[in-house]
Design a protein around this ligand. Structure first.
Ligand code: ADP
Ligand code: MG
Length: 697
């Protein structure tokens, strides 16, 4: 049995009822298999004795001591018990804030085991947070290595320890080892069941690292196997090479107000070569925001449409899908192209959706543009042959898969403005070919980026006023929608009022964020695009793809709270026209080192490829739990920046196996094939990993 096959709900475990299972689900844990893969963030060493004499702020005391005295500090309500205890090396003081009742369980003369961080204060060696148990009884929480888990809700460490221990004992120990023994030995791994035990119930301090390495390896190994097999399957699904007609594409190209850049032409050739080849295309098109990926996608789509097939273009947001549809309709109309384009939007009414779906099914719609929300099972195509996925990193693997299933062996073009660092491109997207547009259309001036400390933003506002007065437009972006009260953060709603009423009363200011109704949001965006609004206040909903060439100022307040990729995307909203553009990053006083580095990078370069490499470097090994990995692939256990070495090992090993046994039919590889099948049946692309869409606000 593979871990992913342990699909029993966590509520099957003792002590896990509705409340705890609700809290666990917030950690992404619903099955016992999920729980087994919940990796502790650190461990407490309750096995190695550390006497009072060995206490350090970074080293907890773990000793056996006798209660020698009680005393009290403060008076009245605040009277606080201090329990003085002595081990062989000295005296420690347990400060029992709010726990004076401990006087009874810690009488003078009693011997206890103690664990806690002790520091020197007021002449004493004291601890305010500590755990103890009766030394006369058998150890329950001592003499072992205790995992410390990421928590959620009202879960306690002890809840999780109990649940994972039960999960390991009842289920984890039955997990089979799918890897051939030779690999386990060569890479210094543990059998899978042992690895789970080493993670959750380690017998010594060096076990967790070995267990973790094994789980990371397994996750990446299966990922690479899945990639390799997907690639082999595509190679197998060959078709006769074809020659595509170019009439429509030439007509559109001839009608553009600009000429394609050399990079766009190269990329176009690469795509067409793939589309005409005997094996379906899987290509990643990367190019900075504004580099002109869309027109390339449309030109290639027209060739497939002219050949009599349907094409789907999937965008990550409603806004972007609509923008693509509008721009496409305008371009096609201007070139007098008789190609029917439909926007299949999540917000259209059921009554207009029905005929649209019928039209798609009958083949009378050539190009369907929409978001993932609309490619539901009721949408069937007559002959979908080419799928283009814009800003691919915003989609989960499953959402992409759902769309791809609507076609037989479609050609697929993934587009992204978040360039994949080279190392990742080779590994995670290892079965795809990569095209890059590095050159910006002629006439674009590099955006000037300025950093401003919070408090100096008046100068920024004045600068922006001059731009507005000259007829340009500006974005103001905030990390929050409204004032949650919890943090002293500026938010979009309050600043919209401030900017409109106090800062720019002579201009018109609009507001968009994800809680504004779609209809209203659309209207506001449209007004901004038409120039009827001078300023657009927003959250990061404007991050992806919005195209208003007349906008020259991007002001991001609390820039320290945005990731590099997001900042780069935001900056890409300006500099799209002929005017000089500016990006102002306004930051708060207190900056973390990482935030400081991010701002420096933004100031130093506008090259998206460089920014992506820097992003990976800055996030570095500290970025555990993988929550920040969105953008590429969200892995459950592995952290790509940290585990690149293991990734390379896993890739080599997986491809070595596929080299001799491409479809894992050999007897030695049957367990691997079974695990992959199980994962597929569960709609996961590997038994370990999964990926989800990231909400943009
Ligand atoms: P991306 O999707 O890569 O961020 P877009 O495709 O939205 O970029 O293109 C940005 C803008 O540049 C669009 O308005 C588009 O019409 C324009 N554009 C594209 N290619 C060229 C070119 N070669 N010369 C001038 N403008 C271009
Ligand atoms: Mg785009």
């Amino acid at each position: 049995m593979h871990v992913a096959e342990i699909t029993q709900p966590v509520t099957d475990l003792p002590g896990v009822g509705p409340t705890r299972s609700e809290d666990l689900s917030r950690l992404g844990i619903t099955t016992i298999g999920d729980l087994l893969l919940h990796v502790p963030r650190e461990y407490e060493d309750r096995a190695t004795p550390v006497p009072f004499a060995g206490a350090e702020p970074s080293r907890a005391v773990n000793t056996v001591a006798q209660v020698v005295a009680h005393s009290y500090v403060g008076g009245g309500q605040k009277r606080t018990l201090k329990v003085h205890v002595r081990d062989e090396t000295g005296i420690g003081v347990l400060v029992c804030f709010g726990r004076n009742f401990l006087a009874r369980s810690l009488p003078e003369g009693k011997t206890i085991r103690i664990y806690g961080v002790f520091t020197h204060r007021y002449g004493d060696l004291q601890a305010t947070a500590f755990e103890f148990e009766d030394a006369a009884a058998a150890p329950r929480k001592f003499g072992m290595i205790l995992p410390v888990y990421p928590l959620a809700g009202s879960l306690s460490q002890s809840d999780l320890r109990k649940a994972t221990a039960a999960a390991v004992r009842r289920y984890g120990r039955n997990v089979t080892q799918e890897l051939p023994n030779s690999l386990v030995e060569r890479r210094g791994l543990l059998p899978t069941a042992r690895a789970l035990e080493a993670i959750h119930l380690p017998a010594s301090l060096d076990e967790p690292a070995k267990g973790l390495k094994t789980l990371v390896y397994l996750e990446l190994f299966f990922l690479q196997l899945a990639i390799g097999i997907r690639s082999a399957e595509r190679q197998r699904s060959s078709r006769p090479p074809r020659s595509l007609p170019r009439g429509f594409a030439d007509r559109l190209a001839g009608n553009l107000t600009f000429a394609l850049t050399a990079d766009q032409q190269t990329v176009m050739r690469e795509i067409v070569t793939d589309l005409e080849a005997g094996i379906p295309m899987a290509r990643l098109l990367q190019g900075d925001v504004g580099s002109g990926k869309t027109i390339v996608a449309l030109l290639s789509a027209l060739m497939v449409v002219e050949a009599g097939h349907q094409v789907a273009l999937m965008a990550p947001t409603e806004l972007l899908a609509r923008q693509h549809a509008d721009a496409t309709a305008r371009l096609f109309a201007a070139a007098a192209l008789d190609v029917s384009v439909a926007l299949l939007s999540g917000t259209i009414s059921t009554s207009s959706r029905k005929p649209l779906i019928t039209a798609i099914a009958s083949g009378s719609v050539d190009l369907v543009i929409g978001t993932h929300a609309v490619f539901t099972p009721d949408v069937a195509f007559r002959n979908l042959a080419y799928v283009i996925i814009d800003e691919q990193h915003r989609f989960g693997v499953l959402q992409r898969a759902a769309l791809l299933q609507k076609a037989r062996r479609p050609d697929v073009l993934f587009m992204t403005a978040t360039p994949i660092p080279r190392t990742l491109a080779l590994t995670v997207f290892g079965d795809m070919k990569v095209s890059s547009i590095r050159e910006m259309p002629a006439g674009r001036r590099p955006i000037e980026t300025h950093l401003a400390r919070h408090g100096n933003e008046a100068k920024v506002y004045e600068f922006v006023r001059r731009e507005l007065a000259a007829g340009r437009q500006a974005y103001f972006v905030y990390p929050r929608i409204d004032d949650t009260g919890a943090l002293a953060l500026r938010d979009a709603e309050s600043m919209w009022q401030t900017l409109q009423d106090q800062v720019y009363p002579e201009f018109s200011v609009g507001l968009v964020h994800s809680r504004i109704a779609d209809e209203q949001k659309r209207e506001t965006m449209e007004q901004f695009r038409r120039g009827e609004l001078d300023v657009l206040v927003a959250t990061s909903v404007v991050e992806v793809g919005v195209d208003v060439p007349n906008a020259t100022c991007m002001v991001v307040e609390h820039a320290e709270r945005f990731g590099l990729a997001a900042l780069h995307q935001l900056r890409g909203r300006v500099g799209r026209g002929v005017h000089q553009s500016y990006c102002f990053l306004v930051y708060a006083e207190e900056l973390t080192d990482a935030a400081k580095e991010r701002l420096k990078v933004m100031h130093a370069t506008t090259d998206g490829f460089e920014i992506a490499e820097e992003d990976l470097r800055i996030r570095g090994p500290g970025d555990i739990a993988g929550t920040q990995q969105a953008g590429y692939l969200r892995l459950r256990i592995a952290v790509l920046a940290r585990d690149m070495g293991t990734m390379n090992e896993a890739r080599t090993d997986a491809f070595d196996i596929l080299e001799v046994d491409p479809f894992l039919t050999g007897p030695a590889h049957v367990p691997l094939a079974k695990s992959l099948d199980a994962a597929r049946a569960m709609n996961r692309h590997t038994p370990f990993s999964y990926s989800e869409t990231e909400e943009s606000t």
